[in-house]
Design a protein around this ligand. Sequence first.
Ligand code: MF3
Ligand code: CO
Ligand code: CO
Length: 265
Amino acid sequence: MSLLKSAEDIAGMREAGRLAAEVLEFIAPHVRSGISTEELDRLCHHYMVDVQNVIPAPLNYRGFPKSICTSVNHVVCHGIPSPKKSLKNGDIINIDITVIHRGYHGDTSQMFLIGDCSVLARKICKVSQECLYRGIAQVRPGAHLGDIGHAIQTYAEAQNFSVVRDYCGHGIGKVFHEDPQVLHYGKPGTGMRLEAGMIFTIEPMINAGTYHTRVLPDQWTVVTRDHQLSAQWEHTILVTENGYEVLTPRADEHLDLIKAYIPTS
Ligand code: MF3
Ligand code: CO
Ligand code: CO
């Protein structure tokens, strides 16, 4: 099975990616102290279904009960929006959006800081975004998947954080999660060679303590085993002839920052 997308697929994925990013732009002003994660879900669901005419991919995906994932503080990923979980001053939250548009998936997530956050909370949000950017900077034809993982792991560990091993990035297209698996740790020059036309996500989950995780009895919510903070950012990436294209760019984002990390030669 070829992992290379057709020109038609790429055009569809670019639209889906932009729509997913627009959901994050839409929800951003609502992500404030006092709002419940269920309310964030309701607002995003309405925007996706009634304004964008897209399908929220998480809803009923392998039994997931909501339209977005909301992962607060020590929740690593796959947090289920709940009326019982309201945001409070000092929280950090990842909101993960996946839309299906004309059969194509766009998948992206970002962190939000609620009010006055601790130095550690601010650092882990910043470092995890930089991990994503350092991973993206490795993407070009001829590079290996291990180059991406190595760039992320090296930086995270130099900042005294750890890289979650139990979950990874993934190929994406007409299928939500397809090959290849994109590990956020690894060795340079190992793993699959990248070719122009591949599309996959990079979505490093970075922990303040150890990388070990546990799944709660709801069978979805992934938490850090030591209950320390975790943070994650995600983009859907196309491998181009020259390097990469971020298919899920937000208006508030300075993607030029990625260029600083592109290896020369
Ligand atoms: N959006 C997540 C990812 O980045 C997957 C969420 S699956 C769900 O791959 F069922 F929890 F929504
Ligand atoms: Co993903
Ligand atoms: Co996602």
